[in-house]
Structures are given as structure tokens and as C-alpha cells.
Design a protein around this ligand. Sequence first.
Ligand code: HPA
Length: 271
Amino acid sequence: MSQVDVCIAVINRLASSFVPQVGMVLGSGLGPFADQVNAVASISFDELPGFPQAGVGGHAGRLVLGHVGNTRVAVLQGRAHYYEHGHADAMAVAIQTFKAMGCEALVLTNAAGSMVTDAGPGSVMLLTDHINMTGVSPLFGAQGNQRFVDMTQAYHHGLNDAMRSAAKANNVTLHEGVYAWMCGPHFETPAEIRALKVLGAQAVGMSTVPEVILARHQGLPVCALSIVTNYASGMSPTPLSHEQTMEYAKMATEDVERLLNAFLQNYEVPV
Ligand code: HPA
């Protein structure tokens, strides 16, 4: 039995016949959104082989299954990062389990640095594309032609439009931008940020991109939001730290929770 098969067996035992529509990954500071789920089951990652072990502050390490409004969701409270062990496929089992459970779409969230003056700490950014600056792929070692994933529309236009509508209807200012994935765990230098700006990125972070690639490999449509926790390196006198990330993530939490709620209330199968 594969790890995904074991995870599905555990999930079926604890939440039999529950088929989620939307899979979600809650990034740093966004974990409390899981409390808004009318939960059918809450499963510790310890019980799910291959799921990330909680490590970074702000991550609870639970899979919460349940409803937000009428929409069935599977919410991952916590994620694994490439920088933890140097494995870009750290989220492979989790994303494959979303697909195997029956999810039709994936919503990813993260904390990120902003390279745009207009989008300061506490703002929210919809990702329209990404730049993988790490040189690695979570699909290293994958077999078959399916591994040659088309990344042309990695961030689904229909889901993005739905997120824009949800933002508009709820007075949430939704910035948009391209996310640069840096491996971390160190923050960037000012020179790196200047380079990323030239390359066309507006946000910078240490997660999400491997999950996008894994999801597209599974044929799952993706939508992703960044919570801006800081101006990127060299743009502000405030020193960069994980504590700052966690503190400023809270500034946008209310907006993002309202946005995610509205998105889920009006969720339709992506076409
Ligand atoms: N750089 C990389 N990752 C981040 C940042 C940043 O400035 N802020 C939050 N995550």
C-alpha cells in the first residue's frame, strides 16, 4: 500500500463518505481559518504517513475536513517547506491525497515579502504566476510523460476571477502579482530583491511553488494568495525575521478570512 492509500484509509475511517470539493493549505499566520470550518473530522498529521511534520511556528499540523457554508473543504493547517530537509517533494503525499479524496480545486496561502510599494505589510496579493528561483522541482524522479507538466496557466483563470469577485463584493483590496520562490530559510539580500524586481516578480517567499507544480501534475486547478508580511529586503529599515512575519500576518488575517469565506460560499467547479 502506498502512503497515499494509507492516508485515504485513515481519512475514510474518521470521515467516511466525506468527499471534499476544495483542498486548502493554510500558511504562516492563517492557521486559525481552520476554526471557521464546520468540522466533520480533524486529523493530526502524525496519523497521516507522508504528511508534513509540524516544524515552523504558526503551523498546527492537522487536516481538517468539513464545511464552509455549503462547500466541502479539506484544510491543511501547516505545510512542509523545501528548506526544512532539502526535499522539494515534501508536500507530494499531501497534494496527492487531496486529489485521491476527490478535491476539484486547490487554494494555497502563504506569507510573503512584497516588492511593490503599494502593497505593504498587511495587504493581500492574488498570485497570477510564479518564477521558480530554486532550480529544483518536486517532480525530480517522477516517471511517465505526465511529468512534463504544462505550467502555462498554473494559476487557474476561473478561480482567480472568482477570487477577484469575492474580494470586490467584500471590500477587500486584492493586489496581484508574480511570486518568486526562493529556497530560504535565510531571507534575501537587497541585491537579490533588485534582481527579482527586474525579472518581473512582485512577491517573494519560500513555499507554495512546489505545491502548485505537484497540483498541476495531478491535474488540480490552483488559486493562491499571499499575505504580505513585510517589504522585501532592502526596501524598509525594519529588520526581517520570522517573528515579524507572524506578527504582520495577523494584520491581514481578517481580510483573508473574509475573502476565503466569500470565495467558498460562492464556489463553483472550475471549468
Ligand atoms: N522573503 C522570503 N520569504 C518570506 C518573506 C520574505 O521577505 N516574508 C515572508 N516570507
